[in-house]
Design a protein around this ligand. Structure first.
Ligand code: SF4
Length: 67
């Protein structure tokens, strides 16, 4: 991680982290959302509101059926 980047507070419990570690998720998502405090992440917004969202929903809000 470069300086100034901050990890999303949900990172350690987020399924995106596990998908990434299993080689199933492009690091694009981790670098552009999870390491930027979750800014703009749809999962983050729904998590904050306590609204259900499936594990295979990407930070963009799209569903990735390969996950
Ligand atoms: S996918 Fe979203 S909610 Fe999950 S860790 Fe990354 S930024 Fe946070």
């Amino acid at each position: 991680m470069a300086g100034g980047e901050k990890i999303c507070k949900w990172f350690y419990v987020c399924p995106m982290k596990s998908f990434f570690e299993r080689g199933k998720l492009d690091k694009y998502w981790i670098e552009n959302f999870c390491f930027r405090e979750g800014k703009g992440c749809r999962r983050y917004e729904l998590e904050e509101k306590g609204i259900y969202h499936p594990d295979n929903m990407l930070p963009s809000g799209e569903i990735d059926k390969t996950l």
